[in-house]
Design a protein around this ligand. Sequence first.
Ligand code: EZ4
Ligand code: CO
Length: 408
Amino acid sequence: MKIVDAKVIVCSPGRNFVTLKLTTEDGVHGLGDATLNGRELAVAAYLQEHLVPLLIGRDARRIEDTWHYLYKGAYWRGGPVTMTAIAAVDTALWDIQGKALGVPVYQLLGGRARDSVMVYGHAHGDDVEETVASVARFVAAGYKAVRAQSGIPGLAATYGVAVAHSATTVGKSYEPAVRGLPVESLWSTEKYLETVPRLFARVRQELGADVHLLHDVHHRLTPNEAARLGKELEPYHLFWMEDPVPAESQESFRLIRRHTTTPIAVGEVFSSIYDCQQLIQEQLIDYVRATVVHAGGLTHLRRIAHLAELHHVRTGCHGATDLSPVCMAAALHFDLSVHNFGIQEYLPHNDDTDRVFPHAYTFADGAMHPGEAPGLGVDIDEALAATFPYQRAYLPVNRKLDGTLHSW
Ligand code: EZ4
Ligand code: CO
């Protein structure tokens, strides 16, 4: 089953997506997401210039061999651009394999380990009370787990708080594409640490103990500050505290761990098992957030999950709107089949994106299912995609009140 065509499709139905489409001599095609937010064309060029020539003529069924061919064959190992490109190829090959055999991808991964996949939505508001009301709307809409992010008094804009969409809308993405040059936001650790415990005290008071609550620190604290936050949040029993510190230094998490039982999630920026090997083996985290598109595809993400299973670490795949529906579909097949699944992040895409990428996955009662279509169950309408040309876009940058550049 030779690959005869490999196409890199860049489109922007509200935000930029890079998609790899592989076609075999039998006319079966498979898709892989290759979107790296803010650096999209680097991956598109990596695929087009360096991987496409290697793919034409290869046997599409040799998924494992192709993964190692592209990883070891590059000599230069790892990194987000390389691993996103490899992920796109790997995902497309699993899609082809499923379609060729007439089964959904989760059946190839060992079958379903659960009936459906619990997801969490994003609640937010300009202040604590608005955020409490937003969480309540998610609960009323059937969500079992909700991430809560509140505006911080004294700061004009805060990560996770709506810019373009109304905070009152459940199920619509708050994450606008930031087109043009990077927007700059301001940061104060003191104001942030003062607000977040008050937020969760109020949410628990209003909504009780049942709902799973999550919070994303978005890499902004030092280990000691994160330890303080985790400790102060303990009475509110969070499902997780995400990305408390930047994770380049894995041993930082020892300090946080020593001080708090608040569960820790990390890894949406990880591109390989070597980014989280120590975190997992020393049981410094509870959830690993790597997902299909940025961590080398289903083949490599399964390796991460299997290592994690040995050390009581569960999965919590990244699922923001800058990951395309192709990644979401692949993540759901993974989530349904992997034993140590924890939770899946879910932000619905806008209508244009859903029309460009028709898909079989569904949401009901706070959970998702990848559907029973052969392969991933997601396609691309290339003609429609062509009506949404690429537009340069960047993620925001973040500065402290005195102008010092900080992590966003
Ligand atoms: O900032 O996907 O948990 N979700 C997140 C996301 C990330 C974006 C980066 O491209 O942290 O909102
Ligand atoms: Co995050």
